[in-house]
Design a protein around this ligand. Sequence first.
Ligand code: AMP
Length: 291
Amino acid sequence: MTRKSSRSTPRRPQVIDSLPPLSHKLARWRARHDKVALVPTMGALHPGHLALVRLARRRADRTIVSIFVNPAQFAPHEDLNTYPRTFAADVAALAVLKADAVWAPSAATMYPSGFATRIVPEGPATVGLEDAFRPHFFAGVATVVTKLLIQCEPDIAVFGEKDYQQLKVVTQLARDLDLKTRIIGAPTVREPDGLAMSSRNVYLSPSERAAAPTLHRVLAACAKKISAGTPISSTLTEGRTAIENAGFVVDYLEARHAETLAPVASRSEGPLRLLVAARVGKTRLIDNVAA
Ligand code: AMP
């Protein structure tokens, strides 16, 4: 009986919410020369997040998943208060994947009273994509990611290509600040109809959900045309119209250099990435593909 129940109930990862036990755990792992991976998340875990955890588990001996809805990356008009929170289900899903620890600090632990420092990234954080529409966003991300990397001192940290500009910003930040962590990007996990998985997809009404795969469909079609030699600008103009016709307000649909995120006029200018952000109803979706 005991054996059967222990097999059907995976061992919960240790949930840690303050720095001393986190440091203690890390010191024990370090003493054993374990390689440590960190997967930063805001919780409401879906299969996209879980793919990052699986990748981390394959590349390291110990995997920490952080769950922290970071107030610093939300503007006052954004969805901090309504952002989905499913902590118990998240921990259960991480138990199945055999994550070793969940780092779940409170906002007061992360930003104690008197906290007065902000990391303000430049380079890929100021290329006129997400930064043009969410000016507060990358300083919030950079500040919290820097803290997470210092707190957990991981050998590797896994971020999704779903947030492509964020992946580039974090990679640059780790390099510029001489952090010891290697940043690893993981491919976007999609619904069967192509919609990129996102914690915010739960906000979509049935009709918005039906329209949402248009983003990926248009990105994929644009990538195909550009690879076949159709000029970038006319391809993107048509793509934008197709997205608007599906009921979206388009913040941007752009072709950028895949590494620097600099604007590109022709496909000869390097490996390309197509990136889109668009709003439907109250929900803002982002996606990107290689071209
Ligand atoms: P979030 O909880 O939205 O802050 O995301 C945490 C991490 O999961 C980030 O590195 C995201 O890029 C990544 N992520 C979110 N959605 C996906 C997805 N559909 N596929 C792959 N990675 C994702």
